[in-house]
Design a protein around this ligand. Structure first.
Ligand code: SAM
Length: 366
C-alpha cells in the first residue's frame, strides 16, 4: 500500500486549477489552498512519474494575502479554491493563468469582469451521495471522499434552504429511490422561482442554464454590445441551450443548435455537434438561406470544439463570439488563427470562489 509521506514545500505560483505549485523537492508538487511564497509541510496523496499531489499539514510562513475563509467547510471541500485569500487576489490568479495560456497568440489586453458577489450565487448545486456510509456532499476526485457541506455559502438562498432541509435528520436519504445504486448524485436547482431536486439524472436536468443569474445578464450584455450593431443580421448560435446568448440580439434569421435542447421548433435544432455529421447537418439546415450567417456564437462544454477551424472554413462568419468555460481547450481551438483577428478577450467571472471562469473571445474576419 502507498505510504503517506511528508515533504517540505515552497509555493512559487498558482496553476490553472487553483493549486499552489512547489518545486522544493525533486518532483513538482501541487498543493491546493496555498499561496505564492508560502512555506510549510505537506502530505503526499498521490504520485506520478514527475509530479505529485499533496495536502497542507502545516504552514510555517503564511503569505500576507492569506485570510481566514468565511466558509467552515473550505479546508475539507474540494469545490472552492480561493477562499483563503481576497477576491481581488482570486481574480489576479485567474487573469495570470489566462494570460499565460494566451501568450502563444497575438491578442489585445484581457478585460476582467469580476463577479457582483462572491457567495450566494449558484442557482443549482450538484452533490454526491453514498447511502451505505450516509454521506452527502462534494466528491473529491483525488481520494474519492465525500465532504459534507451543510453550511455551503455559494448557493442562492432558496437552494441553500433546500440544502439545509436535506441535511436535517438525513432527509436526503428519503429522496434516493430504492433501486438506486448506493452511490450517485443529486441536484438541487431553482427554475422559474421553484426548487426542484433530481436524482441520478444528467446534470442540469431540465436543460442547461447558467448558474449565476446576474453575471449571466452581464455576459448577455457583453455579447449584445459587441454583436448587435447590425439590425439585419443572420446568426447561428452553436451549443445554444435555450438560446440564452442570442435571445436578446437583433437578427433577421437565427438558428440555435444544441443536442439536448428542450425546444423542438425552429429556430431550435437538435444536432450532435461533436458527431461526424455535425457540420453537414447544420449546412443542410442553412441550405434555404442565400448566405451563411454573418455572426457565429458558440458556447461549448469544457471539451471545446476541436474542429472549430472546419466550422470557420465552412461558415466563414464575419464576426464570432466564442464563449468558453475552459481556457485550455479555447486556446487549442483558436489556433491557427489564419483568417481571423482577435478583437477582444474578456474574463467574465461566473464562478467566484472557484478556479473556473468564462472567457469570451470576439473574432473578426480579416
Ligand atoms: C456551456 S452550455 C451553453 C448553453 C447556452 N449557450 C447558455 O448560455 O445557456 C453548453 C451546451 O452544449 C450542449 N451540448 C453538449 N454536448 C453537445 C453536443 N454533442 N452537441 C450539441 N450540443 C451539445 C449542452 O446541452 C449545453 O446546452
Amino acid at each position: 500500500m502507498h505510504q503517506k509521506r511528508n515533504l517540505p514545500f515552497k509555493i512559487e505560483n498558482i496553476d490553472s486549477l487553483g493549486q499552489g505549485v512547489s518545486k522544493a523537492t525533486d518532483k513538482i508538487t501541487f498543493i491546493p489552498k496555498t499561496l505564492p511564497g508560502e512555506i510549510g509541510v505537506a502530505r503526499i496523496l498521490a504520485q506520478k512519474k514527475s509530479v505529485q499531489f499533496a495536502e497542507v499539514i502545516q504552514i510555517s510562513q503564511p503569505a500576507a494575502e492569506r485570510i481566514t475563509p468565511d466558509c467552515i467547510h473550505f479546508n475539507d471541500c474540494p469545490s472552492c479554491h480561493f477562499l483563503h485569500t481576497s477576491y481581488e487576489m482570486e481574480l489576479k490568479f485567474k487573469l495570470l493563468n489566462l494570460e499565460r495560456l494566451f501568450s502563444k497568440i497575438e491578442h489585445p489586453s484581457i478585460n476582467v469582469i469580476g463577479a457582483v458577489r462572491r457567495n450566494q450565487y449558484r442557482n443549482r448545486l450538484q452533490l454526491h451521495f453514498d447511502t451505505k456510509n450516509k454521506k452527502l456532499g462534494m466528491l473529491d476526485a483525488k481520494n474519492q471522499q465525500i465532504a459534507p457541506i451543510p453550511q455551503c455559502l455559494i448557493p442562492v438562498d432558496s437552494v441553500k434552504k433546500e440544502l439545509n432541509r436535506l441535511y436535517q435528520d438525513n432527509n436526503w436519504l428519503k429522496m434516493i429511490p430504492k433501486d438506486s445504486p448506493s452511490q450517485g448524485h443529486l441536484e438541487i436547482y431553482e427554475r422559474d422561482g421553484k426548487i426542484n431536486i433530481s436524482v441520478n439524472r444528467p446534470y442540469a436536468d431540465g436543460g442547461f442554464t447558467q448558474v449565476f443569474h446576474e453575471m449571466n445578464l452581464v455576459l448577455q450584455d457583453l455579447i449584445k454590445n459587441e454583436l448587435n450593431s447590425e439590425q439585419n443580421t443572420e446568426l447561428i448560435d452553436l451549443f445554444a441551450g435555450d438560446g440564452n446568448l442570442s435571445n436578446n440580439l437583433n437578427y433577421s434569421k437565427r438558428l440555435c443548435v444544441d443536442y439536448y435542447t428542450k425546444q423542438v421548433s425552429p429556430p431550435f435544432f437538435s444536432v450532435d455537434l461533436y458527431g461526424e455529421n455535425g457540420i453537414k447537418m447544420v449546412r443542410e439546415a442553412l441550405s434555404n438561406q442565400k448566405n451563411f450567417p454573418q455572426i457565429l456564437i458558440l458556447d461549448p462544454p469544457r471539451s471545446g470544439l476541436k474542429n472549430f477551424q472546419d466550422w470557420l472554413n465552412t461558415l466563414q462568419p464575419q464576426k464570432v463570439a466564442y464563449v468558453s468555460c475552459d481556457p485550455h481547450t479555447l486556446v487549442r481551438d483558436l489556433l491557427p488563427l489564419d483568417s481571423y483577428l482577435i478583437k477582444g478577450i474578456h474574463l467574465v467571472d461566473l464562478f467566484p470562489s472557484t478556479f473556473h471562469f468564462e472567457t469570451v473571445v470576439f473574432l473578426e474576419r480579416k
